[in-house]
Write a protein that binds this ligand. Structure first.
Ligand SMILES: [Zn+2]
Ligand SMILES: [Zn+2]
Length: 734
C-alpha cells in the first residue's frame, strides 16, 4: 500500500493486518410485508429476524457498518407494515442520533410506517398528534422517564399496542446513566403489562465483553445474543504509534498532536481520505492548523475540522464533500463519533485512546470502507495508552471490557420506585417487571404509603421530575454558560468541588470552559469559554471508613474485600498547569466544605512478606500510593468506565484494618458495579498492573505509569519500584 513506508521507525509500536472477510449471506425471510431494497441479508441479520420471530428479546453486537440497523428494523417494520395498529418505540441516547434514524426511516418509505420524533423539542401542539398517529416513535430515555411513563394515561393506546422496543447504542447505557435506564425500562415493561402488552426488546450495541449480561441488567430478562458478524470487510492494517521518547528518565515523549498532524498530512498528500479523532476541540483545532502548515495551499483547502457546533446542514455538507473526494482530511472530536455518518474513507487516526476499546473500534471502523484501510492509534502519555503500546494483545486480542451497571443502587433505585408508585400502585405482582429490589426498597422510600392497593405515592409533586438520568443524586450542580445562560451539564455535588470550583478549567464535549463562580447556595457553576493553554488539578484530602464488608476472599495471597465504605473528601487547593509540559503555574487555596458519600470499594491488605523491604516510611506509603494509581489507570480495561469514575486511597495504617491498606472505590455515590468488577477480575487486574510498571521505560515514575492526572496529593509520594515489587509479589501469589 502507498502508506507502507510511513509505517516505519521506532514510533511504530505494533503493526498487524485484519484479513479481508467475505460476507456470509442468508436469504430474505419469505413473505415480508415490505420491500427491503436488498436481495439477501447478512447471516446475523437473518439470525436476528429468526430470534425475533421466535418471540425472543435480543441484542445485536456486530461491528461498525455491519447493517445492525437493518437487524432490528426488519422485524419492526414488517410488524408495522403488516398491522398498522402495532407500535414501536425507538430509544436513542441523544437527540442527534434519533434525528439521524428518523431521516433513515423516512428514506426507507415503508408503506403504513409513520415515524416521528417525540422529545423535549417536540412542540406541545404536535405531541397529541404523534401519540395518536405515529406507529414508530423515536425518543430518548430521559423523555421516556419524565414525559411518557408518568403520563401513561395519554399513551394508553400506544402502550396497549406496543409490539417492539428498540434500544440502539445500548453500550452507552452503563455506569450511572445505565443504572437509571435499566430502571426506566423496567417501568416501561411494567406499564406495558398493565395495558395488556408484552413488547419484545431489540438491543444493538458496540462490541463488548458481556452483551448478554448487559441486556439482562438493562431489561431484567434474558436476551439472545446475536454476535457473529457476517458483513464483508476489506483488509485493514492496524498500527499502534508511539511518539518518540525525548527524555527516558522522565518518560517524556514528543507531542501526540504533532505526530497526528505529521501522519495526517502525509496521508492526505497521498490522496487518502482520512478522519482523525481527538479528545478536545482545542486538540482538533491544533491538529488541523499544524497539518495545514505542512501542506501546500492547494491541498490545505481539502482539510476541514468537524465540530459539535455545526448545524445538520453543515455536517451533511462536509460528509458530501468527503464522499465526493473533494475533502481529504477531517479532524473531529470523539464526542461526535456516534453521530458521524460518512462512508468511503481510507484511513482513521485516533489521537489518544478514546477510553474504551468499543469506541476505538468504532473510530477505526471508518477506515477501509472502499478497499484496504489503515487504522492508527497514536498513544498519549497516559498510562493506559502506554500500556497498550507495550501489550498490544491486551488491546486487540482480549475482549475483557465489560459494560457495567447496577440498577439496585439505592441512590438510583429509590427515585424509580417513587416514580413507579406514582405511575401505579406497587404490589407483589410487579416483582417480575420491577424486580425484587424495588419491592424491598418501597418501605424505605419517603412519601410512599402502604394501602390495600399496594404502595402508592403520597407526595404532592411529580417524582420523576426530581431525578435526572445522567447523575447519581438529586444533589447536583448545574453548569451554566455565562454568555447565553444555557445549561451545559450537571455535576454531582461530590464531584462539583473538585471539577467546577472557582477558577477550574472544565472540559465539556471537548470544549474548555473557565469557572467564574461556584455558587454553593444556588448550586450552580457559572462558566465562560476558555482558550488558555493550561488546565487545573484539584488538591484534596480524602479519608474512608469501612461501613460493611460484603465479600472477603483470599486472593493474590492476601485478604481482599469488596464492600461498602463512606468516603469523605475536602478540596483544599488547586493547581494551574501548562498543557504542554504539565509544569505548575500556580497553586491556589480553596475554602470548600467537606463532602461525604457512601459507595462501594475493593480494598486489600498486603501481607508482611509482600511488603518485605518496603516497611520503612515514607517508602511504604509511596509504594502503596503508586500501586493504587497504576491499578486505577488500568481498571477501565476490565470495567468500561473512565479513570474519573474511580477514586482511591492508600494508607500505611488504616483505622478499620489496622494495617497498610489500598482502597479503590467507585466515584459515584452508591456505586454502579465498577468496584465489584475489580474484585471479580482481581488477579488479571493485578497482573496487568505489574506488567505496566515493569515495562515503563522511565526511571522513577512518570505520567505513563504511576502519576495520575487526578491525584488529590498532586502526585507526591509515589514510588514506582516499590509498587512494582509489591504488585509482582501479589501477582506471583495468585
Ligand atoms: Zn513511567
Ligand atoms: Zn494520589
Amino acid at each position: 500500500m502507498n502508506w507502507d513506508h510511513l509505517l516505519a521507525g521506532e514510533e511504530l509500536a505494533y503493526r498487524t493486518t485484519d484479513p479481508a472477510r467475505a460476507a456470509r449471506l442468508a436469504p430474505l425471510p419469505e413473505g415480508l410485508a415490505f420491500d427491503v431494497g436488498v436481495e439477501t441479508l447478512y447471516a446475523h441479520q437473518r439470525e436476528a429476524w429468526d430470534a425475533a420471530a421466535r418471540g425472543e428479546h435480543l441484542i445485536v453486537t456486530t461491528g461498525t457498518a455491519s447493517g445492525k440497523t437493518l437487524s432490528f428494523n426488519l422485524p419492526v417494520l414488517d410488524a408495522l407494515a403488516r398491522e398498522p395498529k402495532n407500535r414501536a418505540l425507538y430509544l436513542y441516547p441523544t437527540k442527534a442520533l434519533a434525528q439521524d434514524q428518523a431521516r433513515a426511516l423516512a428514506a426507507l418509505a415503508v408503506p403504513r410506517v409513520r415515524s416521528a420524533i417525540y422529545d423535549g423539542d417536540t412542540p406541545q401542539e404536535r405531541r397529541w398528534q404523534i401519540r395518536k398517529w405515529a406507529n414508530a416513535i423515536l425518543t430518548n430515555p430521559d423523555m421516556l422517564h419524565v414525559g411518557i411513563l408518568p403520563r401513561h394515561d395519554l399513551w394508553a393506546d400506544a402502550l396497549h399496542n406496543l409490539r417492539y422496543v428498540v434500544v440502539d447504542e445500548a453500550h452507552v447505557y452503563r455506569g450511572v446513566f445505565g443504572s437509571h435506564v435499566a430502571n426506566v425500562l423496567r417501568r416501561l415493561r411494567r406499564l406495558a403489562r398493565v395495558y395488556g402488552s408484552d413488547p419484545q426488546f431489540l438491543l444493538a450495541s458496540a462490541t463488548i465483553a458481556n452483551p448478554g449480561e448487559l441486556a439482562r441488567s438493562l431489561l431484567g430478562v434474558d436476551a439472545t445474543v446475536i454476535g457473529g458478524d457476517a458483513a464483508p470487510r476489506a483488509e485493514r492494517t492496524i498500527a499502534l504509534w508511539n511518539p518518540p521518547l525525548l527524555d527516558a528518565e522522565l518518560g517524556l515523549r514528543a507531542s501526540t498532536l504533532g505526530e497526528a498532524s505529521l501522519l495526517l498530512s502525509q496521508l492526505v498528500q497521498r490522496k487518502l481520505r482520512t478522519i482523525c479523532f481527538a479528545k478536545s476541540r482545542k486538540a482538533v483545532e491544533l491538529i488541523h492548523r499544524m497539518t495545514a502548515d505542512r501542506l501546500d495551499t492547494e491541498t490545505k483547502r481539502r482539510l476541514a475540522p468537524y465540530r459539535a457546533g455545526y448545524t445538520p446542514q453543515q455536517r451533511r455538507d462536509i460528509e458530501q464533500r468527503l464522499v465526493a473526494g473533494e475533502l481529504l482530511g477531517v479532524t473531529a472530536t470523539d464526542a461526535l463519533e456516534l453521530g458521524i455518518d460518512i462512508g468511503l474513507l481510507d484511513c482513521a487516526i485516533s489521537v489518544g485512546f478514546p477510553g474504551t476499546v468499543a469506541s476505538l473500534r468504532q473510530q477505526w471502523g471508518r477506515a477501509g470502507r472502499r478497499g484496504h484501510g489503515l487504522a492508527v492509534l497514536i498513544a498519549s502519555e497516559d498510562a493506559l495508552d502506554q500500556y497498550f503500546m507495550r501489550e498490544p494483545e491486551s488491546l486487540l486480542g482480549r475482549r475483557v471490557e465489560a459494560a457495567i451497571l447496577d440498577h439496585t443502587n439505592p441512590r438510583v433505585l429509590d427515585a424509580h420506585v417513587a416514580a413507579a408508585a406514582f405511575e401505579a400502585p406497587i404490589d407483589d405482582d410487579d416483582r417480575p417487571t420491577l424486580g425484587d429490589a424495588a419491592l424491598e426498597r418501597a418501605p424505605h422510600v419517603p412519601e410512599l404509603q402502604h394501602t390495600r392497593r399496594g404502595w402508592v405515592w403520597a407526595g404532592k409533586d411529580y417524582p420523576a421530575a426530581r431525578t435526572a438520568l445522567r447523575s447519581a443524586t438529586t444533589d447536583a450542580f448545574t453548569v451554566v454558560d455565562a454568555s447565553t445562560g444555557s445549561v451545559l451539564g450537571i455535576v454531582e455535588r461530590e464531584r462539583a468541588y473538585s471539577t467546577v470550583h472557582d477558577g477550574a478549567v472544565y472540559l465539556h464535549l471537548g470544549e474548555q470552559w473557565l469557572v467564574r463562580e461556584l455558587d454553593l447556595a444556588a448550586r450552580h457553576a457559572v462558566v465562560e469559554p476558555f482558550g488558555g493553554d493550561w488546565y487545573t488539578q484539584a488538591k484534596k484530602e480524602t479519608s474512608t471508613d469501612v461501613e460493611k464488608p460484603l465479600r472477603v476472599e483470599r486472593r493474590c495471597g492476601l485478604e481482599l474485600t469488596f464492600g461498602r465504605v463512606s468516603v469523605t473528601e475536602q478540596v483544599v487547593a488547586y493547581q494551574q498547569k501548562h498543557i504542554r509540559d504539565q509544569s505548575t503555574i500556580a497553586t491556589i487555596p480553596l475554602d470548600l466544605p467537606p463532602t461525604t458519600f457512601e459507595t462501594e470499594a475493593v480494598w486489600y491488605v498486603p501481607t508482611a512478606q509482600q511488603l518485605a523491604g518496603l516497611e520503612a516510611m515514607p517508602l511504604l506509603l509511596s509504594s502503596l500510593h503508586a500501586a493504587e494509581h497504576s491499578m486505577i489507570a488500568l481498571l477501565p480495561l476490565w470495567a468500561m468506565c473512565d479513570r474519573w469514575d474511580i477514586g482511591g486511597l492508600s494508607t500505611n495504617v488504616h483505622p478499620d484494618t489496622g494495617a497498610p491498606t489500598v482502597f479503590v472505590y467507585d466515584g459515584h455515590p452508591g456505586g454502579v458495579g465498577i468496584a465489584e468488577r475489580g474484585f471479580d477480575a482481581f488477579e488479571g487486574w493485578v497482573a496487568d498492573t505489574a506488567r505496566l510498571l515493569g515495562g515503563c521505560p522511565c526511571e522513577r515514575g512518570c505520567p505513563s505509569c504511576v502519576q495520575s492526572p487526578k491525584c488529590g496529593n498532586l502526585n507526591e509520594f509515589l514510588d514506582k519500584t516499590g509498587a512494582s515489587t509489591l504488585l509482582t509479589r501479589m501477582s506471583k501469589s495468585a
